[in-house]
Design a protein around this ligand. Sequence first.
Ligand SMILES: Cc1ncc(COP(=O)(O)O)c(C=O)c1O
Length: 457
Amino acid sequence: MPDFPAEPYRIKAIEPIKLIAKDEREKKIAEAKFNVFKLRAEDVYIDLLTDSGTSAMSDNQWAGILTGDESYAGCRNYFNFEKTIRSITGFKHIIPVHQGRAAEHLLFSNLIKPGDLIPSNTHFDTTRANIEYLKGEGVDLVIEEGKDPARDHPFKGNIDLGKLEDLLKKHGKERIPFGMLTVTNNSGGGQPVSLENIKKTSKLFRSYGIPFFLDACRYAENSYFIKVREKGQSQRSIREIARETFSYADGCTMSAKKDGLANIGGFIGINDDKLHQAVTNTMILFEGFRTYGGLAGRDLEAIARGLDEALDEAYLAHRIGQVETFGQLLKGAGIPIVEPTGGHAVFVDAASFIPEIPRDRFPAWALTVALYREGGIRGVEIGGVMFGRKDEQGRDVFPPMELVRLAIPRRVYTESHFRYAAGVLARIADNKKSVRGLELTYTSKLLRHFTAEFREL
Ligand SMILES: Cc1ncc(COP(=O)(O)O)c(C=O)c1O
């Protein structure tokens, strides 16, 4: 087991959770049409659905909530928010939004025209959906190692620079209005991107005159990986690494529900004055006035304080250690996972865990159902339901991996919760026949995993 530091905090408030009886869970999952998004949270024992917006806030953040200035325009918390984020990122304009996908919508709707291509290592589901909504196409160019759960590589979130250059050469800025990198690469196993890769990506985009944006939700965790895994970085502070990371970009979208340690919120960082003006005009229609962007003053304060806390090295060492330890517990129980573990979750490789279930019967989704049934645990499928689609001939196209993401909320669960979860997976491994393939009975066009309904086979 890795030797990782104990929690650099103690627990001051608790929230009771309970495991409902097995026959009740059976009933609840059937009522939810075998989609864990449709369960009531109170029927879940350990909720590993997402690390987004699920953090426990600190006493300092809760104290900040009471200083909320709820004026419509120019509230004092906005100026603290702006100052904090500018000092971390260096971006000229800091625009608050209510969450990450709002940042995507506002930015993209000012940049994308039909037929445009947007390259990235791997676009997150809402990012891809926002691109497609505007009739653009997201192009995922993660390195080959990043598509193989068993391959070891310190930065499996890196973009393939050769493939990126080919795309830029072929389509140029006429069809590529901007490029992105997701740090860490959530849909590719929460894997980090190296500083060198970020720097070279930026250089490539700039050589074609194409703006480059970071999807920065987990930039602090990514900076920690750079510190501990990348040559020559170990003596630098997380803040210095983060600042250099942002210096290579022309802007960013950010969901503060991750490395902002807040329950809601996000921002856009932009250097370009014209683009800033355009986004400001759009946001009044969708998000609110420029200084609150769909958030209360108290939320802006919680985010500003949370962003500072998430850069603390002791916090990050514990957090990344906790994820690694959970991964080791699963490996010890013989469960195949994406290795090495990434920043915010352990990803179970469902395709090799249950090879008996074919891809068109959604093995990773079937495992999310089994986890709830067996132990009241909620995880999320990142596989054929989330990213699968039909091609022009009506044939199924599946993403490279069939994963179940067990995301770890920040500062919420302790090691005994993870021991319990590993025990549940071990029981499923002993009785794999209980995991049943599924057939889709309802699906929406975009982001179908949120609303999909199934029949068990
Ligand atoms: C990489 C990435 N980008 C964007 C988003 C969207 O953020 P939000 O959920 O705040 O809209 C998420 C959320 O999980 C994410 O992980």
